[in-house]
Design a protein around this ligand. Structure first.
Ligand SMILES: [Fe+2]
Length: 362
């Protein structure tokens, strides 16, 4: 079990959207405000305060990056976080799934599954060649039985209810965001880089982009209106975002372990409820990126899937998605002109990978 060092200092900046922390008098919170639900645990005890609003840390998409998660937990602790909301995708790209599970269980939290956990829970071995799926296969195989059971029994969604009845809804990849038809393109991480040309976008430009697209889609706010909750916490695309639409708060803390929004620092968010509203503060935290890159490269080599090491090292270094470009390259190698995952043999995958030069995309 890991423990956090209170004296640890990490670079951290304010969120990209100014958020006023409420100065209203603190209100009492009771144990009843946090009913125990599946996936919830109290690891260290004493997290329920009595005279002030709870500060939650919202953390998603760790992807096995223990270095980033350690930095996020240390920053959140210094910032007064008392309960941790984990939104899924805990293992895969770096070989520290067990360490990440232990870190998660070292803090009081509510934990839901992501698509990675859902995938190993309903494992379908036939998807992709061994080399294509090496990361998730090896990531799952490395888990201790205890951690495997922990990850594969997490709930798909969870809710945290404040004293006044306001609810935070937790869901890794909510259909209203990611499966909306026709798709809202700006919710794809690849758009973040393309939208800004050579330099990529800033988060502020990206947020404006999302709002413009949503403005052109009156059916989207209407879909949000049908949801039985006001506040949605989600992850999945590894892009930090805070939107308020029609009185609803949509908060994506970004990715702690594999940020893809142009800033390679670890991303997470703090949220608390006071004055009858949720106050959200996106956060960025510097961490030991070089160690994460070295681990990603060594891991991919070790499991003979070196191409993924190239892709993930670039993502960790630049903070942009290269996975789509890589998969498009693999597809084009066999004459398929489209992005996305297309199962190929190990032989073809290796040959295509050898001709992929990450520098063409940097
Ligand atoms: Fe993810």
């Amino acid at each position: 079990m890991h423990s956090l060092t209170t004296g640890e200092q990490h670079e951290a900046t304010e969120g990209f959207i100014p958020t006023e922390r409420s100065s209203l008098p603190a209100r009492a919170a009771s144990a009843d405000a946090f009913p125990v639900r599946a996936g919830e645990h109290e690891a260290t005890g004493g997290f329920i305060p009595t005279e002030r609003p709870i500060t939650y840390a919202v953390i998603s998409d760790v992807h096995g990056n223990k270095f980033a998660l350690e930095a996020v937990l240390a920053d959140a602790k210094v910032r007064g976080a008392e309960h941790y909301l984990f939104l899924g995708d805990y293992f895969q790209d770096l070989p520290f799934g067990n360490e990440v599970c232990e870190l998660i269980r070292s803090v009081p939290g509510t934990v839901i599954r992501g698509n990675k956990e859902a995938r190993i829970a309903g494992w379908r071995d036939e998807i992709g060649s061994p080399m294509q799926v090496a990361l998730i296969r090896n990531g799952a195989n490395r888990l201790t039985p205890e951690n495997y059971a922990f990850l594969t029994t997490l709930p798909e969604t969870a809710a945290v209810t404040a004293e006044d009845g306001a609810e935070l809804h937790l869901e890794h990849a909510p259909p209203v965001v990611f499966d909306f038809k026709p798709r809202i393109e700006t919710f794809r991480s690849g758009v973040f880089r393309k939208g800004g040309g050579h330099r990529g976008m800033t988060v502020e430009e990206y947020t404006a982009c999302v709002l413009r697209e949503i403005d052109s889609r009156p059916d989207f706010p209407a879909a949000l209106d049908s949801l039985p909750y006001e506040t949605l916490l989600f992850g999945h695309n590894h892009v930090q975002l805070r939107l308020e639409i029609g009185g609803r708060l949509l908060l994506n803390p970004g990715s702690a372990g594999m940020s893809l929004d142009g800033d390679n620092r670890a991303a997470y968010a703090l949220i608390d409820r006071s004055g009858g509203r949720w106050n959200a503060e996106p956060r960025r935290v510097g961490y030991d990126v070089d160690s994460a890159i070295a681990a990603a490269l060594a891991y991919a080599d070790e499991i003979q899937a070196g191409a993924w090491g190239k892709v993930h090292a670039a993502q960790l270094k630049y903070g942009y998605s290269f996975t789509g470009a890589f998969m498009r390259h693999v597809n084009s190698y066999i004459g398929i002109d489209r992005a996305g995952f297309n199962p190929v043999s190990d032989e073809i995958f290796a040959a295509a990978s050898d001709t992929f030069d990450i520098n063409d995309y940097c």
